[in-house]
Design a protein around this ligand. Structure first.
Ligand code: DGY
Length: 320
């Protein structure tokens, strides 16, 4: 029997590759820039399994190029880069990597909240500019987090991990989620569920931690921003298109909200030019899961999904 062919379309940590090699013949793209389509399609033609990264688009054309494909294992918790119904219609299993990046992403969200409220990006830019400065009683004052309200949109694992961190900083927590989390979790986090309108109108910090879908496209649009407090901070570590970036620029320029901290962008890797010159925005390049440990765990979980599928025990974290 020939070994199953596993194609890895983006560079991933070696332990993931090593694990894949235990169950099949692995062809892996090893460069940081995206795989050219002709090379990718050449490999997909004989692929039984494919491991993708979030910059790969798995659409009908991708699937057409892979007639023997049985599983797409995405090395990300988000899977908006994959047309899941199209995969399922062709009998292709889809998996993602939930859980293993929860802490890293919540850490980053908390870091962004601190950067925004304590004006750390601005301070760093000042020092690096070489401009003269000296300590002053009223220099670059930010605001503290104690007693402030954090509004979490999307109370899955990452939202809950962020709530936990925010509580340690003395914040109160409200959340908006399709379903309530268990009473035990609400109690442990002292978190109260409310509707989105209330969350936006009352929170000092609004953090987006929901998946991206048609339903959440531009969830934060001009109207939503207009209902936020003018001293509020918006943090996005979820997916860029949840926010209408043009409307955000407008709100930041006109004082509709105080500041924003963004890890993800509507047209990633492009950043709205209107954001680049603003001092009241923190911009980082999609670093939510970017720790050595986390990326290794993500690659390993994706590989375990492929192994489970090939060995017959089933993938560990299928997308349903
Ligand atoms: C994910 O896994 O969806 C993250 O955005 C990757 O950092």
């Amino acid at each position: 029997m020939t070994a199953p062919k596993i194609v890895v379309t983006g560079r991933i940590p070696e332990p993931g590759i090593d694990l894949l090699k235990t169950v099949g013949e692995v062809w892996a793209w090893t460069q940081d820039e995206p795989i050219p389509h002709d090379i990718r399609n050449g490999q997909l033609a004989s692929a039984d399994a494919v491991v993708t990264i979030l910059t790969d688009t798995v659409d009908e054309a991708f699937l057409d190029a892979a007639p023997n494909l049985k599983i797409v294992a995405n090395v990300a918790v988000g899977y908006n880069n994959i047309n899941v119904p199209a995969c399922h219609a062709r009998g292709v299993t889809v998996t993602n990597t939930p859980g293993v990046l929860t802490d890293a992403t919540a850490d980053l969200a908390m870091g962004l909240i601190l950067m925004a409220t304590r004006r750390l990006g601005e301070g760093e830019r000042l020092i690096r500019s070489g401009a003269p400065w000296k300590w002053g009683m009223f220099m670059m004052l930010g605001s503290g987090l104690q007693g402030r309200q954090l509004g979490i949109v999307g109370m899955g694992g990452i939202g809950q991990a962020l709530a936990h961190r925010a509580r340690a900083f003395g914040m109160s927590v409200v959340y908006h989620n399709r379903n309530a989390v268990s009473a035990d979790i609400e109690h442990a986090l002292s978190a109260r569920r409310c509707d989105l309108d209330e969350l936006l109108a009352t929170s000092d910090v609004v953090s987006l931690n929901c998946p991206y879908s048609e339903e959440t496209h531009h969830l934060i649009n001009a109207w939503a921003l207009s209902t936020m407090r003018d001293d509020a901070v918006l943090v996005n570590t979820a997916r860029g298109p949840i926010v209408d970036e043009s409307a955000l620029v407008e709100a930041l320029v006109n004082g509709g909200i105080a500041c924003a901290a963004l890890d993800v962008f509507e047209h990633e890797p492009e950043v709205h030019p209107g954001l680049l010159g603003l001092d009241n925005v923190v911009l980082v390049p999609h670093l939510g899961s970017a720790t050595v440990e986390t990326r290794t765990a993500m690659a390993t979980l994706a590989a375990r999904n492929v192994v489970g599928h090939i060995e017959g025990s089933g993938p560990v974290t299928p997308v349903t």
